[in-house]
Structures are given as structure tokens and as C-alpha cells.
Design a protein around this ligand. Structure first.
Ligand SMILES: O=P(O)(O)OC[C@H](O)CO
Length: 411
């Protein structure tokens, strides 16, 4: 049997689901064996793969989060563009089967698809339906609604109104896309690596200052950089939580209350209507330097993984979006959205309008490091050490240095 190594970043229940996908594929044929290995969180998995490539001990397939795209693209010689890999392996593959919001994020300017869509998400607003009902408020649609609902929740005895995680993704990257604001020049980096950040504008600053002010009386409570604040929501401390649609699986098993999800709130000072949100999550990158026969097995596995049945199952279990139209249609046919209202929020948000240059996505070099910088500066804001403008200006300056460093290295 030919082994195919798959490094991934899915811990807990999602790790078990990844194992099941591999095991089911392995049971479906006898030539190949996919071996999934959990390598830590997204950053750790990506770092491990880069180090392994240098040592020539790299896997065939690695899961990389969306902000690692520019870095992976620049790692010439290390990656095997998935579209080419499928063609070379003689595996039939049609890009148009996949969601445009996902495909467009992972294509070169010439239209070549670099990595295989697998677990794409988008941030949504999760709410404790029981708590909102008890406080006499509806699920919020605007930031004014969010503030009013937070106040009502706290007045009604809750410890906190709202929290969020992945704050650069939710409150800078997606806030910008949702309100059709530019995050950086050169079409958010898609038109070239010689780009500069522009997210330090007064609209983003005003919203973040307002959130910082909501710390008063715990209308807002900060709870960490990734999904760390999930328990604050599921334990019933905060009535609302903004984070990835992919927390669906965890919330379903951990929340002892009726919950719902709705679209990201609109800042009516910035726009009259939302644009569209952008994806997060990860895709699967084939790495170069293995045997042709192994890629043949990998290509077959890619086809299996993208099948409507596997994708619909993964989507319905996890809250990641169905990455193909067929998986979305199958989920509709299976009655998933009727039985679980709100579970199509992510896909609705992603396809709300034709994306603009501001809402297609972002492609910035060194963005994994830039996110650390944005996290640090936002934490200075939440701690009351900086105003939002000061924090954003510092993040943009430090981020621009990282962009220049990336540009120099890519030349
Ligand atoms: O929790 P995920 O997998 O939806 O990912 C969230 C962010 O997009 C990671 O960059």
C-alpha cells in the first residue's frame, strides 16, 4: 500500500472527523492509505511543514489557513499547485464545481488554483436565544442593536454582553470587507506584493473605540486571540459571540441553551447595507518532491474529499461552508437548513453581493506575523493603553515593515 501523509490543524472533535474522512477513503479502496496527523494549531502546522520541507521530511498534503496563502505562494519549488497535480495525475477536476468565494481566494492572477478547498468558514454572530428572549431583545442586525442588546443582557443579570475571537479576521479583515472598505492597496494585495495597509482608517477606528468603550459595565469582554473565548459564550457568561461559523459543532455539543447565528452586524455610520464577508478556515496544499504514484493516490483522495456526500457531512457536522454547489444542494435536499435554521448564514454572507476589490479577500505577505502584530495592538486598545487610532496606526506601520520584508525576500 502506498502511504499518503496528511498534516492538519484540526484538534478535538474536528480531528476525529478528519480521521473518519481518511479512514472511510482508506476503506473505499486498497491501493492507498491516507495517514492524517495533527500538528497543532494553524500556525504550528504551517511552521512544521515549512521546517519539514527544508529537512526533506515533508508530508504530501498540509492544511494551511487562509492567511498563509501568500507565504505558500512565495515558497516556490515547495508547493505543487493542486490544479496541476490533479491534471498530471489524470484525475478529472472542474473548478467551477466549487464556490466562487473560495476558488477566487486561492487562484493565481493567471487563474491557476493553488490549493484544494476543504474547510472554509466565515465569521458570524452567535447568540444565546434564551438569554436574548429573557432580556426582551431580538438578534441584532446593526452595531447599535448589538450595544442595546448587550445592555439589555447585562441589565437582565448576564455577566457580559458580547465577546469575539480571531479579532483581526473578524473585526479588521471582515469588518472592512462587510462595509466595502479597503484593507490595503493593490486590491488588498491581490494585484501585487508591493501593497500597503490602509486598515488604519477612521471608520475602523471609530468602531473599535466604541467597542472598547463597551468594556464599561462588561457590555464587551475580551477573551483571547483564537477560539479561547468560546467557553465565555457556551457557559452562559456572554450572550453574544462573534467568531467562525465553524464553531457550530462545538456550540451544539457544549451550549446548554437554545442558540442561533445571524449575519455580522452592520455599522450604519459606514454603510447602508452590507457587502459580503470573506472566507477563513483553511485549504489543503500539495507539497512537491514525492513520487508520481503517490500523487495519483492524493488526487483520488482529493476527489473523494470533495464529493457531495463527504462535503455535506463535514459541513453539517462542523459549520464550515459547503465548498461545492453540489454539497450545498445536497444539504438543502436533506433538509438540513430547514431543520437547523441559521446554518446557511455563512454561505449567505459570502454570496450576498458580487465581491468588490475590497471584499474578495486579502493576500498579504507575512500575514501570519501581521496578525500577531494586529493582535498585540488591539490588546493594547482593550487594556486602555492606546486609542483605536493609535493601535491601528502602530499595527499598520509595523505591518508595512513586514510587507516590505516579504517583498524583498520574494524578489
Ligand atoms: O476557525 P476557523 O477554522 O474557521 O478559522 C478561523 C480563521 O479564519 C483562521 O485564520
Amino acid at each position: 500500500q502506498t502511504e499518503i501523509q496528511w498534516w492538519h490543524a484540526m484538534g478535538g472533535a474536528n480531528g476525529e472527523r478528519v480521521d473518519k474522512i481518511a479512514a472511510d477513503f482508506n476503506a473505499s479502496q486498497s491501493e492507498y492509505k491516507v495517514v492524517p496527523t495533527y500538528k497543532g494549531n494553524y500556525t504550528e502546522t504551517m511552521t512544521a511543514a515549512v521546517a519539514a520541507f527544508r529537512a526533506k521530511e515533508h508530508p504530501h498534503l498540509v492544511q494551511v489557513f487562509e492567511v498563509g496563502t501568500a507565504t505558500m505562494m512565495a515558497a516556490k519549488g515547495a508547493i505543487y499547485p493542486v490544479e496541476k497535480m490533479m491534471a498530471d495525475a489524470g484525475e478529472s477536476f472542474d473548478k467551477s464545481d466549487y464556490l466562487p468565494a473560495v476558488i477566487s481566494y486561492y487562484q493565481t492572477p493567471e487563474g491557476e488554483l493553488l490549493s484544494m478547498p476543504f474547510n472554509s468558514s466565515t465569521p458570524v454572530l452567535w447568540y444565546n436565544a434564551d438569554a436574548l428572549k429573557a432580556a426582551g431583545v431580538e438578534a441584532p442586525k446593526t452595531w447599535d442593536d448589538v450595544k442595546a442588546a448587550s445592555q439589555a443582557l447585562v441589565n437582565n443579570g448576564m455577566e457580559c454582553g458580547i465577546s469575539f475571537g480571531w479579532q483581526s479576521w473578524v473585526m479588521v479583515e471582515n469588518f472592512s470587507a462587510w462595509h466595502d472598505l479597503e484593507m490595503g492597496t493593490k486590491e488588498n494585495g491581490f494585484a501585487g506584493f508591493d501593497t500597503e495597509f490602509t486598515f488604519n482608517n477612521e471608520k475602523v477606528a471609530a468602531r473599535l473605540d466604541d467597542i472598547a468603550a463597551m468594556s464599561e459595565g462588561n457590555l464587551f469582554k475580551y477573551g483571547g486571540r483564537r477560539g479561547d473565548s468560546l467557553p465565555m459564550f457556551t457557559n452562559g457568561e456572554c450572550g453574544m459571540w462573534m467568531n467562525s461559523s465553524a464553531y457550530y459543532g462545538s456550540i451544539k455539543t457544549q451550549a446548554g441553551f437554545e442558540f442561533g447565528q445571524t449575519m455580522l452586524p452592520l455599522d450604519t455610520n459606514v454603510a447602508d447595507a452590507p457587502q459580503n464577508s470573506i472566507i477563513g478556515g483553511a485549504t489543503l496544499w500539495a507539497l512537491a518532491g514525492h513520487e508520481a504514484d503517490e500523487y495519483k493516490g492524493l488526487a483520488q483522495f482529493m476527489t473523494y474529499l470533495s464529493s457531495p456526500e463527504v462535503q455535506a457531512w463535514w459541513h453539517q457536522e462542523t459549520g464550515y461552508v459547503p465548498i461545492t454547489t453540489a454539497a450545498y444542494e445536497l444539504s438543502k435536499e436533506q433538509g438540513f437548513y430547514d431543520a437547523n435554521p441559521g446554518t446557511d448564514t455563512a454561505i449567505q454572507q459570502l454570496s450576498l453581493n458580487t465581491p468588490t476589490a475590497n471584499s474578495r479577500g486579502i493576500r498579504f505577505g507575512n500575514f501570519v506575523q501581521v496578525r500577531d502584530v494586529i493582535n498585540e495592538e488591539m490588546e493594547a486598545l482593550w487594556a486602555g493603553d492606546k486609542t483605536a487610532q493609535q493601535a491601528l496606526d502602530a499595527a499598520a506601520d509595523r505591518g508595512n515593515d513586514l510587507l516590505r520584508k516579504f517583498e524583498r525576500a520574494a524578489k
